[in-house]
Structures are given as structure tokens and as C-alpha cells.
Design a protein around this ligand. Structure first.
Ligand SMILES: *Cc1c(COP(=O)(O)O)cnc(C)c1O
Length: 379
């Protein structure tokens, strides 16, 4: 049976060769020559003042909130329909995540929901580019400015996407990227913080390294200056091994994205007349990075049965993403009905840069058959 995985990281010989060079050097740890080169390349690629290479997007979100001064008792409004890393990060700093419902057509944070949730305790907003589709940044920035709030872009899934011609990762003054193995470009685990504010970048870099500067740099100084720990920082550095992999991946971004785009376009062609699902909607002013291809099943379709049929044929699939507010960890009595509904009806089907046209056709055919078989009693 030809197994078609839900996700697959496009890591190959060029990445291996880059890792080999790091092994031969004397610095595999973080903030070494590879990490610095990657930071320069990221800043240049995205056209931002500073880029900090980090161990994950979760680390980037945590350090963003610290740098922006969010703390105990503060409320931070977060997009609800997402991998719940933003709400987790709000809790890392003992602030309160306030869950904003999403647009039914895109799954991205609804600006009106955000506006309705602002209170005197609100300090900021974390918007999410949902599985690769940018949110409504013009409206969100306007709300943030009106109330004096910070706005963070969680672009974990959106490297390569655009909004009104601008790249995801630059749609707010602070943005967080993920290079986890399930994202568009990857080092296995990894992340970055991009910012238009060089002072904020410097603070984040220092805090990612225990609160002292680059040890690789200090080892090169003539004499013996002893660095001092100015504050209690974290170890959130990306290793130079990861950075070397990402330098190669960043160079391949355009080609990998083109392949994901081709898969999405083909799914659209093959499934657009299927009444039992709604396909992803991409508004005309933005483009998708297709971290996932998520369809929404009509009410009544038995999603678990559809998924079981696909998996029995070796076709990977999943529930897509989460309604954050429903996760037991947060113990909230808030409701986000649109997000909750999408959470129940979404299905992610295989999406990655290695899918062949034949595999895409097989997925579409198997999905159609499974939908017919489990359409529900009213059909
Ligand atoms: C994957 C993901 C994260 C977490 O990224 P890590 O690099 O694994 O920490 C954060 N936010 C969103 C929206 C994600 O999809």
C-alpha cells in the first residue's frame, strides 16, 4: 500500500552537507557563526530591523510577552482557533489569555471579537496566521492603536504567505516564526522572533541566552573579560546545527512553497464541486503558506468515520487545529462558538512539498468516497 503521510519535512542532502560543516567546526551550540548568519539572512529576507534565532516559536512568544511587559493580572487577547501556543505563552508570564472567536470563512481571529473583548486590563493582542493564512492586520492594528495595545503576529505556520503584498512575519512590529518539523521550512525544532524594534530584538537575544551575551563572541576577546548575568534569562537559543539547516531551508523556501501551492490548487480543482465539504477560503488580499490543507465537513458528516476510512487506506489525516478555549488547561468559561464549530468539523488532509500529482488524486478520490459513505442520516 502506498502510504501518503499527512506531513513530511523536505530535508535532504544539502541540509546534511550544511550539518557536516558544523560538525567539522568548533561551535555546534547556539549564537555561533551559523546562528548569526541565519539572523542576518532572516532580517534581510523579511526586511525587518532584527531577527533572533530561537529554539521554538513558543520561546519567541514567551520572550515577546516579557519584552512587551505583559505580566500578572494583565489580559492578552488571543486567537482561539489555533495550536494553543499563544495562550500558553500568556500563562507563562502569569497573565490571563482572553479567547477571541474567529471568522467562519477563514478561521482567523475576528477583529470585531477582539474589539468587543478589550477591557481596562487588556495590554495586547496575539493574532495567528491560521495554518498559514494571515489574519486581518489592517483592522487589528487599528484596534491596537486605538486602545494603546501591543500586537504580536504568530506567523508560526505562515512563512511565505503574504497580506496586501507584505510577507507574513512583518505584519506586526513583533512576529514569531516556527521551524518545527510540521511547518513550511524546518530544522526539526526551531523558531525566530522578527521585529521592527532593534532595542526589543537586543533584549530578546540577551534573555534567550541566560541574560549574558554570546559566549562564542566572548571566547574570542583578547584578555579575560568575565561576563555578568544582568538578569534571570532562559536558554532559548537555536543551536548552530539547526541554524545551518535553516540557512539551506530559507534558500529553498520559494521552491517548496511553489510545490505546496500546486498541491492546494489541484485539491481545489478536484474537490470544488463536492457538496459535503467547504474548501479553504483565501481572501483576495492575501496568500496562503499551506502549512495544512484543512477542509470543513458539512454538519452531519461523521468525521471520525471519514478519518478512519482514509487512514485504513494509508492516507494520513487529522482534526486540523484546536479551539483553544475548550482545552482543560485554561479553565475558562468563555465561549467561542465559531471556533468550537470549526474544531468539530475540520479535517486536515495530506499537505507537504513531496506529494505527487497521483497521490493528490488518490487522496481526493478516497475523501469523496468516504464522505459519501458517512454523510449522515439526513442525506
Ligand atoms: C506550531 C505552532 C506554534 C508552536 O511552534 P513551536 O515552534 O513548536 O513552539 C505556535 N503557534 C502556532 C500558531 C503554531 O501552529
Amino acid at each position: 500500500m502506498d502510504v501518503i503521510p499527512l506531513v513530511h519535512a523536505s530535508l535532504g542532502e544539502r541540509e546534511l552537507a550544511a550539518v557536516k560543516e558544523v560538525f567539522a567546526s568548533d561551535w555546534p551550540a547556539g549564537q555561533g557563526p551559523r546562528g548569526k548568519a541565519l539572523e542576518r539572512e532572516l532580517a534581510e529576507h523579511f526586511g525587518v530591523a532584527d531577527a533572533v534565532a530561537l529554539s521554538s516559536c513558543a520561546a519567541a512568544l514567551h520572550l515577546s510577552l516579557l519584552a512587551l511587559g505583559a505580566g500578572p493580572g494583565d489580559e492578552v487577547i488571543v486567537a482561539d482557533f489555533t495550536f494553543p501556543a499563544p495562550a500558553h505563552a500568556v500563562r507563562y508570564v502569569d497573565a490571563v489569555p482572553v479567547f477571541a472567536d474567529v471568522r467562519a470563512d477563514t478561521g482567523t481571529i475576528a477583529p470585531q471579537a477582539v474589539a468587543d473583548l478589550v477591557t481596562p486590563r487588556t495590554v495586547g493582542i496575539i493574532a495567528v496566521d491560521t495554518v498559514g493564512l494571515p489574519a486581518d492586520y489592517a483592522e487589528l492594528q487599528e484596534i491596537a492603536d486605538r486602545h494603546g495595545l501591543f500586537l504580536i503576529e504568530d506567523a508560526a505556520c505562515a512563512v511565505g504567505a503574504t497580506y496586501r503584498g507584505r510577507p507574513a512575519g512583518t505584519l506586526a512590529s513583533v512576529a514569531c516564526l516556527s521551524f518545527h518539523g510540521r511547518k513550511g521550512i524546518t530544522s526539526g525544532e526551531g523558531g525566530a522572533l522578527l521585529t521592527t524594534d532593534p532595542a526589543l530584538g537586543g533584549t530578546v537575544r540577551l534573555r534567550s541566552s541566560f541574560g549574558i551575551g554570546s559566549i562564542a563572541d566572548q571566547a574570542k576577546v583578547i584578555g579575560l573579560p568575565i561576563p555578568e548575568f544582568a538578569e534571570i534569562g532562559f536558554n532559548y537559543k537555536l543551536s548552530d546545527i539547526g541554524a545551518a539547516i535553516l540557512q539551506v531551508q530559507l534558500g529553498r523556501l520559494g521552491a517548496l512553497l511553489e510545490r505546496r501551492n500546486a498541491v492546494a490548487a489541484r485539491y481545489h480543482e478536484l474537490l470544488k464541486d463536492e457538496e459535503l465539504i467547504t474548501l479553504p477560503h483565501v481572501p483576495a488580499d492575501r496568500t496562503h503558506a499551506w502549512q495544512s490543507y484543512m477542509v470543513t465537513l458539512e454538519p452531519g458528516v461523521d468525521r471520525a468515520a471519514v478519518a478512519a476510512d482514509l487512514r485504513a487506506q494509508g492516507i494520513g489525516c487529522g482534526h486540523g487545529t484546536w479551539a483553544s478555549h475548550l482545552q482543560p488547561a485554561y479553565k475558562t468559561d468563555q465561549t467561542c462558538p465559531v471556533s468550537a464549530d470549526l474544531f468539530r468539523r475540520s479535517l486536515a488532509i495530506p499537505m507537504h512539498a513531496e506529494l505527487t500529482p497521483g497521490q493528490v488524486e488518490r487522496v481526493a478520490e478516497a475523501l469523496r468516497a468516504a464522505l459519501r459513505a458517512h454523510a449522515g442520516p439526513e442525506r
